[in-house]
Design a binder for this molecule. Structure first.
Ligand code: C2E
Ligand code: MG
Ligand code: MG
Ligand code: MG
Length: 286
């Protein structure tokens, strides 16, 4: 990389920026097209009870089925979808599809009426005046019970708290919809928001779980989050559980729920259907 100074160097950086902007425009265009051509799919990751390992719910995770690139992970396109505002129509599709799929599996007898469908919502979606109507329509059209829907939001929603977010969350809660705080511990939240906002679950971020039980700080933080959840009467789930040792630590320390590769990776709909069928027979036997 050239040192700063001469005019040529300046041009070099300008060109690099332009190329980046150009790529963004191309990507945004193909995201729009992907929406129009129904190129997004949902995968589903099981969430389990640590005691007895009963199925608690499924988290819907969006992927982009790209003609050349194959299955593209959300980390690659959600940030741009947020910047460009495309997250709003994309998020509407995710909500409708997750509810539709869940009601279909329920009707097929593959899961109980208490199993949750968990859907990630971007902070931007909370600014959408129609969010509530979109959710109600997804429930109505699918026939899914509001009590089976949980929305996952990150701590960044709380930076916009008060004006829009609190009333929006309260209206959702009034419908019987649950709200989980995702990636808990990684954002900039103040603990007082936990008291003011009507959350129902804390999801302990994967970064605190990955080095359990060796890392002393992660042990302390995880125990503190579990205690916090308990004292605020919130449900608590550990994300990214990959090993039996992590699971055993979490179980012993009173974490109720877990999700991670130890149990299952996110599954395509057909795979998830097989998982649910196998799970059902295992639950009956067990
Ligand atoms: P998230 O909501 O925290 O979802 C958990 C992520 O951790 C998923 O990545 C999942 O595949 C991954 N994961 C689960 N268990 C393990 C594990 O044991 N080990 C490891 N290393 N990873 C694990 P994914 O599917 O790539 O999604 C990434 C993020 O993209 C999500 O994080 C969420 O913030 C966002 N996202 C996904 N789908 C949607 C969506 O429909 N709407 C919005 N707004 N955001 C979404
Ligand atoms: Mg999530
Ligand atoms: Mg998370
Ligand atoms: Mg995460």
């Amino acid at each position: 990389r050239a040192k700063a100074g001469g005019g040529g160097t300046f041009d070099f950086y300008t060109e690099e920026l332009t190329a980046h902007a150009f790529e963004q425009v191309l990507l945004e265009g193909s995201l729009r097209q992907a929406l129009a051509t129904h190129a997004f799919v949902l995968h589903y990751q099981p969430q389990l009870e640590l005691n007895g390992e009963r199925l608690h719910g499924l988290e819907a995770l969006v992927r982009w089925q790209h003609p050349e690139l194959g299955l593209v992970a959300p980390g690659k396109f959600i940030p741009l979808a947020e910047e460009s505002g495309l997250i709003v129509p994309l998020g509407r599709w995710v909500l409708a599809e997750a509810c539709r799929q869940m009601a279909e599996w329920r009707d097929a007898g593959l899961l109980s009426a208490e199993t949750m469908m968990c859907v990630n919502l971007s902070t931007k979606q909370f600014a959408d005046q129609e969010l509530l109507g979109v959710i109600q329509r997804s429930l109505r059209e699918s026939g899914l019970d509001a009590g089976q829907l949980e929305l996952e939001v990150t701590e960044s929603v709380m930076m916009r708290a008060s004006d829009q977010v609190i009333p929006q969350l309260e209206r959702l809660r009034a419908l019987g919809i649950k709200v989980a705080l995702d990636d808990f511990g990684t954002g900039y939240s103040s603990l007082s928001y936990l008291k003011r906002l009507p959350f129902t679950k804390l999801k302990i971020d994967r970064s605190f779980v990955s080095e359990l039980p060796e890392d002393a700080s992660d042990v302390a933080i995880t125990k503190a989050i579990i205690a916090l959840a308990e004292s605020l009467s919130l449900d608590v789930l550990a994300e990214g559980v990959e090993t039996a040792r992590q699971r055993d630590f979490l179980r012993v320390h009173g974490c109720r729920l877990a999700q991670g590769f130890l149990y299952s990776r996110p599954l395509a709909a057909v795979e998830c259907e097989r998982y649910l069928a196998a799970f059902g027979s295992r639950a009956v036997k067990g």
